[in-house]
Design a protein around this ligand. Structure first.
Ligand code: KIV
Ligand code: ZN
Length: 521
């Protein structure tokens, strides 16, 4: 308890969700916020309330529901943004307004403000925010590329105007550990009033140094780390929560800092974020990658059998990883499935469980052995909602051969009516996607098509991820099936359904991507 406390600020629902294609729906945001709250995140940045009705509603609802965490909303440096943010977070017992402006020469040029004009803007907006909320965080965006003297001047103004946390963003992932530490220690030492506020670090991972830069900043005196689950975020992403938390835990001898994160909840939330964002975790990702605790080489296995510490610096159970063992067969019941999923950190509502149960039975009929990873893939594949989905797969038969073209006979239910077509293509997947397009003409472009085998063996399930883009809107779709082409068709249809929902919901100008940083005034 004598160790320095480091606050964990999670921005998966704001900076993470801003990642193209990672859009989450309302229910998914509430569910993730509950998991973040439950695992001990100190501050949840729940969204950017001015960006859309959807963001506003999510921040408001999370503010109402959250039990332990401070709930924070983002606002640009103008009164309208700040008012909207205050309105959304006011339901929280611990609300925070986070307002920011780009202070580097490149960012100052966007709203075309002089240094003096920007200084005045910072004073006015932070004062306004502080009049609405006692807990105000201020960020000089692109701080690491801002002239040092001007950075000090703006921070001093923000502190005097009432900011309680000063966040130093490395917006483009440009800094390096030594420089990150030097900047934080100089600011804390040299800016008047710095000792009365918390300094935060917010790093992007463009050069792969986000975790190192965040930890270096903490060594230099920062006491809040801004991060996301799985490092989700624009471009190369943000600092990964699981990495900084586990680094401070495992190497507490040299980083004697304390967080209140329950690390055994890490795997469950990592899986859930991967599912709802559609961004699969790379196999060799630190802490949460599929291979992070796998020891396949003979030498490693031998060492592990003699003493787990030979190659393991942390125990799988420390991050909530349960052993991948054989699970139930086709005779297992609903209660067994519920309990198995609970063990894997997945809790489902009754109707979701029913849906997964049907698909589990279906899979158990076709696949000899159903493993933990198969169950995770089933849940991740999402639940088809016959009532609200515009399109759903009715049947698919593909004719393949050494000589193309391949042929797909497809039946698709569109708005409740079944339509059928035969289409050809360069391979079975191409033929299937062409068939969907013939029955449901659209202009969406396929940006990503990715197939992975869930487990070993020729009867393994394939998980398919699809990303589509239409008029600047991006949607991802996922599915899993022992038949790769069926999984592909379902993932494609899933992405189209999400695009249709996005088309219907976002009125022009309401989408987060159209909220430009330029509109600071
Ligand atoms: O990266 C960044 O600069 C941000 C700010 C809005 C804090 O996300
Ligand atoms: Zn950021």
């Amino acid at each position: 308890m004598t160790q320095d406390r480091v606050f964990i600020f999670d921005t998966t629902l704001r900076d993470g969700e801003q990642s193209p294609g990672a859009t989450m729906n309302h229910a998914e945001k509430l569910e993730l916020a509950e998991m973040l709250d439950d695992m001990g995140v100190d501050i949840i940045e729940a969204g950017f309330p001015i960006a859309s009705e959807g963001d506003f509603n999510a921040v408001s609802e999370i503010s109402k529901r959250s039990k332990n965490s401070v709930i924070c909303g983002l606002a640009r440096a103008n009164f309208k943004d700040i008012d909207r943010c205050a309105e959304a977070v006011r339901h929280s017992t611990q609300p925070r307004i986070h307002t920011f402006i780009g202070t580097s020469p490149l960012h100052r040029a966007i709203p075309n403000l002089t240094q003096d004009e920007m200084a005045q803007r910072i004073h006015d907006t932070v004062t306004h925010a502080r009049n609405l909320c006692d807990n105000v965080q201020w960020s000089p965006m692109d701080a690491t590329r801002t002239e040092y003297d001007y950075l000090c001047r703006t921070i001093e103004i923000a502190i005097n105007a009432g900011a309680t946390t000063i966040n130093i963003p490395d917006t483009v992932g440009y800094t390096a550990p030594r420089e990150s530490a030097k900047l934080i220690s100089r600011l804390i030492y040299e800016v008047p009033g710095a000792c009365d506020v918390i300094f935060a670090t917010h790093c992007h991972n463009d050069l792969g140094m986000a975790t190192a830069n965040s930890l270096a900043a903490v060594d230099a005196g920062a006491r809040q780390i801004e991060c996301t689950i799985n490092g989700l975020g624009e471009r190369a992403g943000n600092t990964a929560l699981e990495e900084v938390v586990m680094a401070m835990k495992v190497r507490n001898d040299i980083m004697p800092y304390r967080t209140q994160i329950d690390s055994t909840k890490i795997m469950a939330i990592s899986r859930r974020v991967a599912t709802v964002s559609g961004f699969a975790v790379q196999y060799n990702k630190a802490i949460v990658g599929k291979n992070a605790f796998a020891h396949e080489s003979g030498i490693h296995q031998d060492g592990m059998l003699k003493n787990a510490e030979t190659f393991e610096i942390m125990r799988p159970e420390d991050v909530g990883l349960t052993e991948t063992n054989l699970v139930m067969g086709k005779h297992s019941g609903r209660a067994a499935l519920r309990s198995k999923l609970k063990n894997l950190g997945i809790e489902l509502a009754d109707n979701q469980l029913n849906d997964v149960f049907v698909r589990f039975k279906n899979l158990a009929d076709r696949k000899k052995e159903v493993f933990d990873d198969d169950l995770i893939a089933l849940v991740r594949a999402g639940t088809a909602d016959e009532q609200s989905d515009h399109l759903s797969l009715k049947s698919l038969r593909v004719v393949c051969g050494t000589r193309g073209p391949q042929e797909a006979n497809l039946e698709l239910t569109i708005e409740g009516k079944v339509h059928a077509v035969t289409a050809i293509g360069d391979g079975p997947v191409d033929a299937t996607f062409n068939a969907v397009k013939q029955l449901y003409p659209h202009t969406a472009q396929l940006q990503l098509y990715q197939v992975n085998a869930v487990t070993e063996g020729t009867d393994a399930q394939a998980t398919v991820n699809v990303r589509m883009e239409e008029d600047g809107k991006i949607a991802t779709g996922q599915s899993a099936d022992t038949d790769t082409v069926v999984a592909s068709a379902k993932a494609y249809i899933n992405a189209l359904n999400r695009l249709i929902v996005r088309r219907e919901k976002s009125a022009p100008g309401e989408d987060i991507k159209s909220v430009s940083y330029k509109d600071a005034g």
